[in-house]
Write a protein of this length. Structure first.
Length: 152
């Protein structure tokens, strides 16, 4: 099992796409083990996007991510990081494949609806920024035997 962070960004919340996007992860058989709505502060944005704060486009990103609430999710499942990234699609919605979240709902590079951790290290770091240990609720859905074999 692998765990990753997914953020439904302000444009996703404003466009009322939260439920439609969350259901895609559940439909895929992934578990939502942490879920909360919050407002990103400039300080939180700087922690999350630490590697980008020196870039010329960062002020616009910070203004965007702090402009409205977001939904943070801890998503768990086999190979979850890769599976989620593939479901999300290319960063630029205009370049994202049809059938991906961005390909179906986004037409922007910045207002691209969703963030997903890009690897195990970033997933651990980002999950710790948005979730305390006691905010993760592990469980095994009763339908798991119908989703995958015991050895998967």
């Amino acid at each position: 099992m692998e765990r990753t962070l997914v953020l439904l960004k302000p444009d996703c919340v404003q466009r009322r796409l939260m439920g439609r996007i969350l259901s895609r992860f559940e439909d895929k058989g992934l578990n939502i083990v942490g879920l909360k709505m919050l407002r990103v502060t400039p300080e939180l944005a700087k922690r999350h996007y630490a590697e980008h704060t020196h870039k010329s486009w960062y002020p616009g990103l910070e203004a965007f991510i702090t402009s409205a609430p977001i939904v943070a999710m801890a998503v768990e499942g086999p190979d979850a990081i890769r599976v989620v990234r593939e479901m999300v699609g290319a960063t630029n919605g205009l370049q994202a494949a049809a059938g991906t979240i961005r390909g179906d709902f986004s037409s922007s590079r910045q207002m691209n609806l969703i963030h997903a951790s890009d690897g195990p290290e970033s997933a651990r770091r980002e999950l710790a920024i948005f979730f305390a240990e006691n905010e993760i609720c592990e469980y095994t859905p009763m339908i798991t035997p119908a989703l995958r074999a015991d050895d998967e």
